[in-house]
Design a protein around this ligand. Structure first.
Ligand SMILES: Cc1ncc(C[n+]2csc(CCOP(=O)(O)OP(=O)(O)O)c2C)c(N)n1
Length: 852
């Protein structure tokens, strides 16, 4: 196969670049008939597995087809490339692919490909020889991933690319860091030396999970910034994060979904490339959720290039046990996304597909899948013996030469001298790594992070968040303004009238409007806002109405986007019905847009645990593991209102358990003004930490939780809201959220003047000094009672009790707690049972002796 001509079209292939014209009209019809059959089904017969075990399928519709046209079609569609594209509903996309696949092909740079294959292989071998017994998740068996990425990035560079956000799991990650992300080899190797463990006690991450930022130089000499996203072990969890990061970077360049520039040129500056394992691609739900975001206005990044680094095995599990579809890529076919299967042992074809995929993505701003089919030379990791579960497969692999040797033979290019030089280079890198005494640091964060602090809290970060009445009125006037020709729903007309009164101090401001006032104040002062979630434009509880719908045209209008010509952008989108991918996306967005307030809202807080992987692995731990901060806000409707076990609890206990080292702020604002101050605090403090907000449901419009306009002028968010109605309390009831209002109502009903009810609006970090000082204001207090709606095994109880006891001990105060009995599920399904429970809870809070 020396000097094999490859199937790369002269770029881009001209529509006229059709192979052999048919001799006659009937020939032409017959040729089209046969070609269409192969376009439809040819990929089933393609030879994709270098080891031949995943054998071509004899596809019934193609059996018995012979002759000149069939031979030609078979060579194109059933060789080492198989293309699934006839499911695309857009004829121009199908035509585009067929023309390029069938068109005239050009040479590729085989010398460069060979050099890259040698690098990929020898990099692993040097590590294997020096660090025997260390896991590295070698790329061997799929080393053509490196020339594939080369060809994608070369093309991206030609097509206007400036940077690429890349994501991948463990397999081949060290190689990609070194050969693509521009991280010096000795820095990658340093991970094996594990120097200076004391610097990362309890923190840091394993070497094959950390991210990398560097520069890739294309063959044409263009520099692309590469951001390989840090990721957890949890396969595919990084996918939406990469998309969110890319979207933020595109937004920085002027692409803002609905509101500004949607041009291809902008989208083609930032390229998203996500690599997947075959088992994970087929199996993991978060990836399916992420794929669904591809063309949604709120989420699109103008197409992601997906590469399945397919080794036809998942740990010890065979493909037949992994997916019901023949190919791991099956799920991608549900959308208008072409899938290019390619045999990893035909590097020229691989490179050709890389270019094609990149050009397709640039042309149609669509996702593309490349299924790179190779094998895995070692066990799942290098310390794993695969011969126990796949003895025959590994016997075949043992006798199979590395790709660079096969390719050198095929191309006739002398490889030994190149290989010797590369080996020496990596051995030197290994020696240099051995001399390091400190782990090389991750590159610094981009410049837009410069104004923002991370790490420990400092009181210096606090800023005033209050706004005078005139300012509130000004924002409010903008928020209630609609264009002249806009047909507002009668209920909206009424709502806007009420809001206008709120903004003028004529009626208390409720939660829904307080929130919009906060956003409005921020965008007017230059802080962008992006809020997404299920039904968020209106609000699950009919409370927000941020986006108004014209009753005649159904056109949407976002008043907050039209406050002033010089304002920052505000995006408020309904999300797809996903938690994991949508939170992951916003986490990613927040990583590259620290200047903006980024919020994700759960439909009910109960559903946030659908995003538990993102919460556990990214939100709460990314600074600890990767030194990567985020200021993402989660809005989680919470409260026991008799709506059953899945519409009651946002699982406060989970967040309290994750809280340590000041890694996040966990709050439950007790009234509208507190919510306003909290949101503004999050955006305006020059300190970025995730914020978890338990938001109300029934209290959204409740007068007790509404606030006067004067409270918006108060300087700051109060972490503890003491009680102004009781001066010298004997008992202090401490609560958070709705139950606090119920306690106050009960106290009023009892005409009780001995019991104070305080709201703990910030659960973490716990405002110990504020609690202590507030207790001191009640010298005759005998007990402090933590009251929560949640069962004893849930809520903030386990976190608070020992801490409250410590504070109370010094003051001779008894500590008690009132809660529901421990329960396996968060809440009862019966509304009446709920009422009984709630009544008992409130009664117990006031002490059994005073039960009425
Ligand atoms: C969500 C999740 N479940 C299980 C695992 C454990 N695990 C790590 S790698 C692996 C196999 C992955 O196979 P594949 O996706 O084909 O990638 P490969 O390792 O073969 O490259 C498994 C099950 C994990 N890391 N994440």
């Amino acid at each position: 196969m020396a000097n094999r001509t490859t199937l790369v079209p002269e770029k881009p292939a001209k529509p006229s670049a059709k192979p052999k014209p048919p001799k006659s009209g009937s020939d032409s019809v017959e040729r089209e008939r046969i070609f269409n059959l192969f376009r439809d089904w040819g990929y089933y017969e393609a030879t994709l597995d270098p080891l031949g075990i995943f054998a071509p399928l004899k596809f019934p519709d193609l059996q018995g087809l012979s002759g000149e046209f069939a031979d030609e079609a078979r060579r194109i569609y059933s060789g080492t490339i198989g293309v699934e594209f006839m499911h695309l509903p857009e004829p121009e996309r199908r035509r585009w692919i067929a023309e390029r696949i069938e068109g005239v092909q050009s040479e590729v740079n085989q010398r460069k490909i060979l050099e890259r294959l040698i690098r990929a292989d020898l990099f692993e071998q040097v590590l294997q020889s020096r660090y025997l017994g260390s896991k590295r998740f070698s790329l061997e068996g799929n080393t053509s991933l490196i020339p594939l990425l080369d060809s994608i990035l070369d093309s991206a560079g030609e097509l206007g690319g400036m940077e690429s956000v890349m994501a991948m799991s463990h397999r081949g990650r060290l190689s990609v860091m070194t050969h693509i992300a521009g991280k010096p080899a000795h820095e990658v190797v340093a991970g094996f030396e594990d120097v200076d463990p004391r610097s990362v006690l309890g923190a840091g991450d394993v070497k094959y999970h950390v991210g990398a930022t560097g520069t890739y130089t294309t063959t044409a000499g263009k520099s692309l910034n590469i951001h390989l996203v840090s990721n957890p072990s949890h396969l595919e969890a990084v996918d939406p994060v990469a998309m969110g990061r890319a979207r933020a970077k595109q937004t920085r360049q002027g692409f803002r979904g609905a509101y500004v520039d949607r041009s291809k040129e902008v989208r083609n500056r930032v390229w998203t490339v996500v690599m997947h394992g075959d088992a994970a691609f087929a199996g993991q739900g978060i990836w399916a959720e992420t794929l669904n975001l591809a063309d949604l206005f709120a989420y699109t990044v103008g197409g992601t290039i997906h590469i399945i680094v397919n080794n036809l095995i998942g740990f010890t599990t065979r493909p037949q046990q992994e997916h019901s579809s023949r190919f791991a890529s099956g799920i991608a076919k549900r959308q208008s996304v072409p899938i290019f299967h390619v045999n990893a042992e035909d590097p020229d074809a691989v490179v050709r597909i890389g270019r094609l995929a990149a050009e397709y993505r640039a042309e149609f701003n669509s996702d593309v899948v490349i299924d790179l089919v190779g094998y895995r030379r070692h066990g799942h990791s290098e310390v794993d013996d695969p011969t126990i579960t796949q003895p025959r497969l590994y016997e075949a692999i043992k006798n199979h030469a590395p790709l660079w040797k096969i390719y050198a033979q095929q191309t006739g290019i002398a490889a030994d001298t190149i290989a010797a030089g590369i080996k020496t280079e990596y051995e030197e890198a290994q020696r240099a790594a051995g001399k390091l005494t400190k782990m090389p640091h991750l590159r610094k964060l981009p410049d837009y992070w410069a104004p923002y602090n991370r790490g420990k809290y400092s009181a210096e970060y606090e800023v005033d968040t209050g706004l005078p009445q005139e300012k509130i009125t000004e924002i409010s006037d903008g928020l209630v303004r609609v264009p002249e020709n806009f047909h507002a729903h009668p209920k909206i007309v009424k709502l806007l009238e009420q809001r206008a009164e709120m903004g003028r101090g004529k009626r208390p401001i409720d939660f829904g409007f307080a929130e919009l006032l906060a956003y409005g104040s921020l965008v007017l002062a230059g802080t962008p806002v992006r809020l997404t979630g299920q039904d968020t434009q209106r609000g699950t509880f009919n409370q927000r109405h941020a986006v108004l719908v014209d009753t005649q045209t159904e056109h949407e209008y976002l008043p907050i986007g039209h406050l002033s010509p010089t304002q920052a952008f505000c995006e408020i989108h309904n999300s797809s019905l996903s938690e994991a991918a949508c939170v992951g996306f916003e986490y990613g967005f927040s990583r590259d847009y620290p200047e903006a307030l980024i919020l994700w809202e759960a439909q009910f807080g109960d559903f946030a645990n659908g995003a538990q992987v993102i919460i556990d692995q990214f939100l709460s731990a990314s600074e600890d593991k990767w030194n990567l901060p985020t200021g993402l806000v989660l809005l989680l409707p919470h409260g026991y209102e008799g709506q059953g076990p899945e519409h009651s609890s946002a699982r406060i206990e989970r967040f309290m358990q994750l809280a340590a080292e000041g890694n996040m702020n966990i709050c439950q604002p007790s009234n509208a003004a507190q919510y306003f101050h909290l949101l503004r605090r999050q955006a305006l403090r020059p300190w970025r930490k995730p914020l978890i907000v338990f938001t109300p449901k029934s209290m959204l419009r409740h007068p007790d939780a509404s606030s006067s306009i004067e409270e918006f002028a108060r300087p700051r968010f109060l972490t503890l809201v003491p009680d102004n109605e009781v001066q010298d309390a004997h008992t202090i009831l401490l609560a958070s959220g709705k139950v606090g209002h119920e306690l106050r109502a009960e106290r009023r009903r009892r005409k009780d003047t001995n019991t104070a009810v305080w709201f703990l609006d910030q659960l973490y970090p716990l405002p110990k000094a504020e609690i202590s000082a507030a207790i001191d204001a009640h010298p005759n207090a005998r007990e402090i009672v933590w009251v929560q709606e949640e069962p004893a095994n849930m809520g903030a109880l386990f976190y608070l009790l020992p801490r409250l006891e410590r504070i109370a001990q010094a003051k001779n105060l008894r500590v008690r707690s009132v809660k529901r009995s421990a329960s396996a599920s968060p809440a009862t399904g019966s509304a009446k049972a709920h009422e009984l429970e709630q009544k008992t809870l409130i009664t117990l809070a006031f002490g059994t002796s005073t039960t009425s």
